[in-house]
Design a protein around this ligand. Sequence first.
Ligand code: HMH
Length: 231
Amino acid sequence: MERKDEAEEAKSKVSVIETWLRKHRLLYVGATRHPFIHSIRDGSVDVSSFKRWLEQDYIFVRAFVPFVATVLLKAWKESFDATDLDVILSGMASLNDEFAWFNKEASKWGVSLTNVAPQKANLDYCRFLESLMSSEVEYTVAITAFWAIETVYQDSFAHCLEDGSNTPEELRDTCQRWGNDGFGRYCHALQSIAEHHLEKASDDVRKRTEAAVLDVLEYEVAFWNMSQGDT
Ligand SMILES: Cc1ncc(CO)c(N)n1
């Protein structure tokens, strides 16, 4: 009887991440339902905005690779669960494909990815990533920030592929890149890992992780704003 109660309780317990998503709903929606994403979804997107996004995101992803490498290193040192390493490694492997994709996409749009100057919002975000690369930043903070970064793109681009969307054919490849079901499952795997570590974390680490997630959401909003030329 007691066992069943415990099982029931575990089932109804709201996870740490779910609690944060509810608490910071407006910011989360701001990051995942940005006007730039709406413009892709309804087909009104401005081509120069899309090209700016593509150029700037390439620079961001270049900085994202060493960040993910440090998450991998922390997983190896701090997690006893081997699946953490497998999931992070699969993310790294898909970043390798992503560079090939960026090059293909750039030539399709007549954009050059060399000699692009990073804009302020991008520099700020890359600097934030760099701060998370420090060995002083706990694995729990880093893996949860990683989950948030990937999930914003997954949620945003999946929205452009839903029934009723009017995404132009030439942008579907971009939306598929992050909006596909496999990427969705990968984000869920990251969420489970992050949640597992958050459940065990001290209040202090939890607080700093929540702050890092909020930072990610704000940087993502600023990144979309920059793509639209609003900064
Ligand atoms: C700005 C930004 N956030 C998240 C992702 C997902 O990898 C990306 N490529 N770029």
